[in-house]
Write a protein that binds this ligand. Structure first.
Ligand code: ATP
Ligand code: MG
Length: 353
């Protein structure tokens, strides 16, 4: 058994990952993967909370593969980190139900993130499952008994709820779970290319980690900037301007960034130059990821194997945790032997047919 503290985090397989995912969470995962024992969840059950339709489900497999390629491209090492498929770990459904008893409806209704999610998914009323999103997330985090959860700002309140549920469980039944800490990235929420508060796939304002350089150039050229600046000789505003927010984050040439800011403020630079330099900087930032992505993508079957190995590993952890949970809750005793006997009978029956 490893003595390392643990990380759990992950993403919903709704498509390829973007720069917001990277600076909000993925970058921290890469940085901490040697220091912590890491579990990265492909949260496919979570996609059902806003998109339960069959056509959305049909897209999950491909999205999950692309997402894992993004992980590997970003520098996650599958030899040391566990990447697993949420729906393939039966214990999560059980833990979710048990945790549902430890939280109230008004507590969940107070979370602004859920209302935002419902709104951006065009849902008029709150589905029961979406209200339960942070409870399921609590199950994800506590299933491997994680200590640290690297996420973007929008998920901070969910980890706070996880802490409450962990404490309540431990109070009721005895110490089973660590009370996990949240770790928000150096850029808690990355703005979108359109200037909207959050870069998000569903809002169509994202630069993907897998975008090629021409696509990055095109997206940067169309970026929202200071709307008052209709000519290059009009002094512009740097603060809160998405183009300069990105320069600060992604352009490693700080002298160039300072020079651009100075000339922008005094009306001595055109948007074209500012954006060309930004596109070049983002492309330099993404280039190593593109190379790694291509190398991993060329190895047929690799991604599925990574997910399979990770899922097996996680299932062992999940079984151990659930055994502790049932024991602590007193859901064991005679019922455990009935459960085991029934499981054995089913396995035997499967073998015989
Ligand atoms: P999208 O709307 O693009 O699908 P999402 O919010 O659905 O993104 P999730 O899968 O819910 O993404 O979250 C994955 C992780 O990435 C979370 O930790 C989330 O906080 C983080 N994240 C997503 N978008 C951003 C962003 N624009 N800035 C910082 N962190 C982000
Ligand atoms: Mg997503």
């Amino acid at each position: 058994m490893s003595e390392k503290r643990r990380i759990l985090t992950g993403d919903r397989p709704t498509g390829k990952l973007h720069l917001g995912h990277y600076v909000g969470s993925l970058k921290n995962r890469v940085r901490l993967q040697n220091e912590y024992e890491c579990f990265f969840i492909i949260a496919d059950l979570h996609t059902l909370t806003t998109r339960p339709e069959k056509d959305a489900i049909a897209g999950i497999t491909e999205n999950a593969r692309e997402m894992v390629l993004d992980y590997l491209a970003a520098g996650i090492d599958p030899e040391i980190s566990t990447i697993y498929l949420q729906s393939a770990v039966p214990e999560i459904y059980e833990l979710n139900l048990l945790f549902e008893m430890l939280v109230t409806v008004p507590r969940l209704q107070r979370l602004p993130s859920l209302k935002d999610m419902a709104r951006s998914a065009d849902l008029q009323e709150m589905p029961f499952g979406l209200l339960g999103y942070p409870v399921l997330q609590t199950g994800d985090i506590l299933l491997p008994r994680a200590h640290l959860v690297p996420v973007g700002k929008d998920n901070e309140a969910h980890v706070e709820l996880t802490r409450e549920i962990a404490r309540r469980f431990n109070n009721y039944y005895g110490e089973v779970f660590p009370v996990p800490e949240v770790l928000v990235g150096d850029v808690p929420t990355l703005v979108g290319t359109d200037g909207a508060t959050k870069m998000s796939k569903s809002l169509g304002n994202a630069i993907l980690l897998s975008d090629d350089s021409a696509t990055v150039e095109k997206k940067v050229r169309a970026m929202y900037t200071d709307p008052n600046r209709v000519r290059a000789d009009i002094p512009g505003t740097v603060e809160g301007n998405p183009v300069f927010i990105y320069h600060d984050i992604f352009n490693s040439d700080t002298a160039e960034v300072e020079d651009l800011k100075e000339r922008y403020r005094t009306g001595r630079v055109g948007d074209v130059e500012v954006k060309e330099k930004l596109a070049r900087a983002i492309n330099a930032y993404l280039e190593p990821m593109r190379e790694r992505r291509a190398a991993f993508a060329s190895r047929t079957g690799l991604v599925d194997e990574v997910i399979y190995n990770g899922t097996l590993r996680m299932r062992d952890e999940a079984r151990a945790t659930l055994a502790e949970v049932r024991k602590a809750m007193g859901l064991g005793g005679v019922w455990n032997s009935i459960r085991r006997k029934a499981e054995k009978a089913i396995k035997n029956r499967e073998r015989d047919t």
